[in-house]
Design a protein around this ligand. Structure first.
Ligand code: SUG
Length: 453
């Protein structure tokens, strides 16, 4: 039985320690902006402005809270002792890179929080979530405990939502969540095709990147498909092109995005791309839906321009029939600043294809760490009943947007240098901000510092 469902986007709220510590090897923006002074307030406001604009356009827009940073708990695990201020001071003095990891605001990129399968696709008819272990980067590998707690709070009803803990954090099970997962479908409430893209097969020798690491493994993607109870015919696995990884495409969502029956990707996104696209077309056709592939050749947009502009890290959003149907593309303003990319986009929307409108956003603060519009959101397809079973305070409306904006303005710094992470006042500022946030969003004692107190 097909039920009516819609796609919701849950964006990560940028936390007050947003900074440029250059922690993500293989992520070109993170490396290029290392040690730049960040503006956490602006970062959070830019993210909120995107959420508000999409909510105003009629899209279902949710929000996920940031994680507790600085993480004194991580530093204690790594052998630092004493009271919290001493822990921070000693980490700053003897291992500043570990303090950087303990302060990263990377949980804002909720496309990496989890992989989500809608209830139409799963064997037990529940929405399934697997938190991502993010084990390839120290500053992200400790997100998943809190991520699981947040997701269980946001989607609490066990009759409707199934939550799986992150896979073990072993290199052979590296998992980066929805950034490497695309669901294609006819109507959202119909069974879809779940497309998993991995960087590395840990059990076979296959072409591998030389310069940068492949974060997602085939074994992790397969485990998630099993955990979610996806039918064999509904799942397609493909290897990301190693040359793309070496050019800075550290997640598939830096080179491809799909939604509904549309896949928008670069021509050098996957190994054996023609065969991958043929399989996707065939699986979709078997469900009675024609897949529309918008494939961008290197002559139109080079991989370098794709990585520099984040053209493919866009959100592909279904437009209401009243606005002409098809899809619109939410792109970062960096696309407008690269002539080849902007020329391409203008011709794309004029071409009469499935992508018919553009929305451009200033997300500069997040972009400087390699996080575009698509990184900032986790997609969750929900039926009306499932939506009613979510945590009500995590939806963006005018009142919540205003309250969160005011909260950011009151608590966030407008400048944060990497050296400021050692400032003991930052720890207090972050805790009082997050404590107030849990009240604002009715999240209870979400954070460890609240439970320890
Ligand atoms: O994991 N950047 C993130 C960006 C994640 C983007 N997400 C998606 N593509 N879905 C990463 O590389 C930089 C943090 C720093 O350097 O402090 C960082 O973690």
């Amino acid at each position: 039985m097909t039920r009516f469902a819609r796609e919701a986007n849950f964006d990560g709220l940028v936390g007050p320690t947003h900074n440029y510590a250059g922690l993500s090897f293989g992520n070109v923006a993170s490396a290029n902006n290392a040690n730049r002074v960040s503006n956490p307030r602006e970062a959070a406001l830019q993210g909120l402005a995107k959420m508000k604009a999409l909510a105003d356009l009629g899209y279902a827009q949710g929000i996920l809270p940031p994680q507790e940073r600085p993480s004194v708990a991580l530093l204690r695990t790594l052998g630092f002792t004493g009271d919290d201020r001493t822990v921070i001071r000693e980490a700053a003095r003897t291992a500043p890179e570990l303090l950087g990891a303990a302060c990263s605001a990377a949980s804002m990129w909720t496309a990496n929080a989890a992989t989500v399968s809608p209830s139409a696709d799963t064997a037990d008819g529940r929405v399934h979530f697997t938190a991502a272990n993010l084990c390839s980067k120290l500053h992200r590998a400790f997100e998943h405990d809190t991520t699981s707690r947040v997701l269980r709070t946001a989607f609490p009803d066990e009759a409707r939502f199934a939550h799986h803990d992150a896979l073990p954090g072993w290199p052979s099970l590296g998992d980066e969540g929805a950034a490497n997962h695309t669901r294609l479908c006819g109507a959202y409430g119909e069974r879809g095709v779940e497309f998993f893209v991995y960087g590395r097969d840990d059990l076979a020798s296959a072409p591998a990147p030389h310069r940068f690491p492949a974060r997602q493994t085939l074994q992790a993607s397969q485990a998630i498909a099993r955990l979610h109870g996806l039918a064999h015919d509904d799942v397609v696995f493909a290897q990301q092109h190693p040359d793309a990884i070496d050019a800075g495409v550290f997640h598939n969502d830096v080179i491809a995005v799909g939604n509904g029956n549309v896949l928008f990707c670069h021509a050098q996104a996957f190994v054996d791309q023609a065969a991958v696209l043929a399989t996707l077309r065939e699986r979709m056709a078997a469900r009675g839906t024609a897949l529309a592939v918008v494939e961008v050749g290197a002559d139109d947009v080079s991989i370098e321009d794709a990585v520099g502009s984040y053209l493919f890290n866009s959100q592909l959003l279904a437009r209401a029939p009243a606005s002409g149907g098809g899809m619109s593309l939410v792109v970062p303003q960096e696309c407008q600043e690269r002539p080849a990319v902007w020329r391409y986009l203008e011709s794309l929307v004029a071409s009469g294809g499935p992508i018919r409108a553009l929305h451009v956003f200033d997300l500069r603060e997040s972009m400087r760490n390699g996080g575009g519009p698509a990184c900032l959101r986790l997609r969750v397809v929900l039926t009306d009943d499932e939506r009613k079973a979510t945590h009500p305070q995590l939806w963006i409306d005018d009142v919540r947007y205003a309250a969160l904006t005011e909260w950011v303005q009151r608590h966030y710094r407008d400048q944060l240098a990497v050296g400021d992470l050692a400032d003991p006042a930052l720890l207090d500022e972050c805790r009082s901000a997050l404590d107030e946030l849990t009240q604002l969003l009715d999240l209870g004692s979400l954070y460890a510092f609240q439970r320890a107190a």
